[in-house]
Design a protein around this ligand. Structure first.
Ligand SMILES: Nc1ncnc2c1ncn2[C@@H]1O[C@H](COP(=O)(O)OP(=O)(O)OP(=O)(O)O)[C@@H](O)[C@H]1O
Ligand SMILES: [Mg+2]
Length: 237
């Protein structure tokens, strides 16, 4: 990824992160997650966890540093208070995860689902983070950022070229559909604006095109995109 980046794309949280060098307070990681993280470290996936990039509804995403000074993103699904009902909707009828039912099992399957979805999307040539590994509730993937600073969401940066950005994302959605997947949670919050254009993230809920609601989700994704970009007067949709 190019090292050149416009100031606009730098996260507004950057200053805060610099002032807060110890953001991983005691007690944030449960024992099971610590064991999984240790396994990742032993495999050489990362050397240190640096800070929390974002706390989402279901997971926290951390920046981690590798032995050779590169970065990876670590997405850690919360084992407590996750939204099981929401998750189940996107697992139903998915032959890849038939029989998955209870809490922890569901989180593990969801983590694996995000890894598998990312692998398929990446192999199809879609702009999504390259998945690296998964185990239990933790997923390691390509860090989308420059000089260690994560890229911002479309909701923060806005678009300098709405027609082109819309075309790139909708082309990726089409590519995914042809490859058998529907993202199912496209919004300005799940798109990171990189030097290579918009990247889709947060792919755990993506469903197979055989899912009973796949077509509905695909239409909703496109609708969400159109709705967002239509705030730009020169957007042609
Ligand atoms: N590969 C990545 N590289 C850099 N930053 C990332 C990466 N993946 C996620 N992030 C950051 O973490 C945030 C949360 O990621 P994501 O949307 O995947 O998690 P989530 O828990 O599902 O979030 P939410 O519940 O808010 O949708 C993103 O908005 C982005 O800022
Ligand atoms: Mg998200």
């Amino acid at each position: 990824m190019s090292l050149r980046q416009s100031k606009q794309k730098r996260p507004r949280r950057e200053d805060k992160q610099d002032r807060n060098p110890w953001p991983l307070e005691e007690g944030v990681f449960d024992r099971t997650s610590l064991i999984t993280l240790t396994k990742f470290m032993k495999k050489g996936i990362f050397k240190t966890i640096d800070y929390c990039i974002a706390e989402g509804k279901e997971a926290n995403v951390y920046r981690a540093t590798t032995v050779d000074g590169g970065f990876v993103a670590i997405k850690m699904y919360r084992l407590r208070s996750p939204s099981f009902v929401h998750m189940q909707q996107y697992m139903e009828g998915d032959r890849r995860f038939a029989g998955t039912r209870n809490g922890i099992q569901l989180i593990h399957a969801w983590t694996q689902k995000e890894y598998k979805n990312l692998s398929i999307m990446h192999d199809l040539g879609c702009r999504v983070p390259d998945p690296i590994a998964f185990k239990a509730n933790i997923l390691a993937m390509e860090f989308l950022g420059v000089e260690g600073v994560p890229y911002s969401q479309l909701s923060d940066t806005g678009s300098e070229d709405p027609n082109n950005d819309f075309a790139l994302i909708s082309a990726d959605l089409e590519k995914m559909k042809m490859g058998g997947l529907v993202h199912a949670d496209v919004s300005e919050y799940n798109i990171l604006m990189t030097d290579k254009g918009p990247y889709l993230i947060d792919c755990g809920q993506a469903v197979l095109t055989s899912h009973p609601r796949a077509e509905e989700f695909y239409k909703r994704d496109l609708e969400n995109l159109r709705k967002y970009f239509s705030k730009y007067p020169d957007f042609k949709g």
